[in-house]
Design a protein around this ligand. Structure first.
Ligand code: 4NP
Length: 160
């Protein structure tokens, strides 16, 4: 069983994309059973909202529907409810690490660094344009595919 939480600032652009894209990758890799995937924001400004229309659009271009997601803020219980908490940029990881300081069971890491070894941010596209959302999607697709492959390998080793 593996529980993965993707975290960005607002939970309306990058982490909802990561939730949707990673779930699709996990399904293709055949290990969706026993997997929990969710996303949250370090901030609460957009709690209850659907993802940004530009994030919904770029996901839909790739056959992934994220329109049903609703934003929420990270909460203390998440540090016990998830095994892996991945921040989309360094600031997210810094905020998560600060929150988790005294009571945490999860592995907290930078999404791209953890997934691909490439230690860099998924840039925040919120104040950008469509090209910035395309770039975020590419990063998230690459990271999600790598993460799904790694976890699928782990799942088959654990059960074998
Ligand atoms: P996200 O993008 O962290 O990828 O969801 C943002 C969404 C909202 C804001 C900043 C970034 N904001 O300032 O409201």
């Amino acid at each position: 069983m593996m529980r993965v939480l993707f975290v960005c600032l607002g939970n309306i652009c990058r982490s909802p994309l990561a939730e949707g894209v990673f779930r699709a990758e996990a399904e293709q890799a055949g290990f969706l059973d026993g997997l929990t995937v969710d996303s949250a924001g370090t901030g609460n400004w957009h709690a209850g909202e659907a993802p940004d229309a530009r994030a919904i659009a770029v996901a839909a271009e790739h056959g992934i529907d994220i329109s049903g997601q609703r934003a929420r803020q990270i909460k203390r219980g998440d540090f016990h409810a998830f095994d892996l908490i991945l921040g989309m940029d360094h600031r997210n990881v810094q905020a998560l690490t600060r929150m988790a300081a005294f009571d945490n069971k999860a592995t907290i890491d930078l999404f791209l660094g953890h997934a691909t070894g490439e230690t860099r941010d998924v840039a925040d596209p919120y104040f950008g344009d469509e090209a910035d959302f395309q770039a975020a999607y590419r990063d998230i697709k690459a990271g999600s595919a790598a993460l799904a492959a790694a976890l699928a390998g782990k799942a088959s080793r654990d059960s074998g």
